[in-house]
Design a protein around this ligand. Structure first.
Ligand SMILES: [Zn+2]
Ligand SMILES: [Zn+2]
Length: 344
């Protein structure tokens, strides 16, 4: 039998050209890209973890053929998740509420939720850091951001509920303006003169870090019991992996209506932990991150007192392109989520 997967970390550099995946509000008719500051004071460009997690959740939702495996809120991709599941909110104790939320919904289980009454939070099994532009590659970026005078745009007619193409916020009132869907705030800062030419487009290699914790699938964090059977846990595990595959092979985010990213490549490591030990993370901002991870994994394997079918606990898989990333993830689809042994 193959080893169960306790945790996996995906560490890599993805090259997105001519995208506007995430943007920091609109000033005049110029949409400012997200700027982040690194430890050495260097400024670079980033795409938030919230945005990447949102992209993953959307892919997971798309890939599930049976939408009945989602709760009422998640069927409509509402960010409130379990907090809007009436089966959950009528429960009296946090333990029962979490139990019901996990049973009712794949998305709530995988991506976590917060219930106001009874008050309880169940963290996500999936974590994303910022995607950070690697400075030495980004140095030559030109931002096509110019100011121009024009008329203020006023939203007309009734809004729809949806995602804003500019700031990427979801489930907000949006108006259709010049072939884009914009929220009130973004529309208010726009002017009419050829605004499409005043949006930043960015190109570069981005360092990506994300962790998935399969051992937590189906796990109630109040009483530490698994609330769904092994088959269901395996189905949800598969769906999470497939959503990782599709989010990198076709990245959808803010402004993709006219700024669909040109994805050039993806290279990095998948670090898999097969027993109860965290998978190590080194940022792909570092040139030597692959060597560092491999050295760490070797040492951790040497000093671990656990044997996993006589295999090493940490397994490091390298990928060099989108297709090889897809292939490695396909291999992981043959595995199963790790299950804690819990005494009742
Ligand atoms: Zn849900
Ligand atoms: Zn907006």
């Amino acid at each position: 039998m193959s080893d169960g997967i306790f945790e996996m970390a995906i560490l890599g550099r993805v090259v997105w050209d001519l995208h506007s995946l995430n943007n920091e509000g609109t000033v005049g008719n110029v949409t400012e890209p997200r700027t982040v500051v690194l430890a050495n004071g260097e400024k670079t460009d980033g795409i938030s973890g919230e945005m990447l997690k949102h992209i993953h959740a959307e892919n997971l939702w798309i890939l599930e053929a049976n939408k009945d495996s989602f709760c009422e809120a998640c069927k409509r991709l509402e960010p409130a998740r379990a907090d809007k599941n009436t089966n959950v909110t009528k429960k009296n104790t946090p333990q029962d509420a979490v139990r019901q939320a996990i049973i009712d919904c794949t998305l709530c289980d995988a991506h976590g939720f917060l219930i106001q009454k009874p008050t309880v939070a169940r963290p996500s099994t999936i974590e994303f850091g910022w995607a950070v532009g690697i400075p030495e590659i980004h140095r030559d970026i030109h931002l096509h951001a110019r100011h121009a005078l024009g008329e203020k745009v006023k939203p007309k007619g009734a809004p729809q509920t949806g995602k804003c193409d500019s700031c990427g916020r979801d489930n907000v009132d949006v108006w259709e303006i010049e072939q884009q869907k914009l929220c009130k705030d973004c529309a208010a800062t726009l002017t009419t003169s050829q605004m499409i030419y005043h949006r930043p487009t960015r190109s570069g290699a981005y360092a990506v870090v994300t962790v998935f914790q399969p051992w937590k699938i189906g796990l109630n964090n109040v009483n530490y019991a698994y609330e769904i059977d092994d088959n269901k846990r395996k189905e949800r595990y598969n769906l999470v992996l497939k959503a990782y595959q599709t989010m990198f092979m076709r990245t959808e985010g803010a402004m993709t209506t006219t700024r669909l990213p040109h994805t050039e490549g993806f290279e990095g490591l998948i670090v898999v932990s097969k027993a109860n030990m965290p998978a190590p993370i080194i940022s792909p901002l570092r040139e030597d991150y692959k060597d560092e991870i491999k050295k760490i994994a070797t040492m951790m394997n040497q000093t671990s007192n656990q044997s996993v079918n006589e295999n090493e606990i940490l397994e490091v898989m390298e990928f060099s392109s989108i297709s090889s990333f897809i292939e490695k993830m396909k291999g992981l689809l043959e595995r199963r989520p790790y299950k804690l042994t819990l005494e009742k």
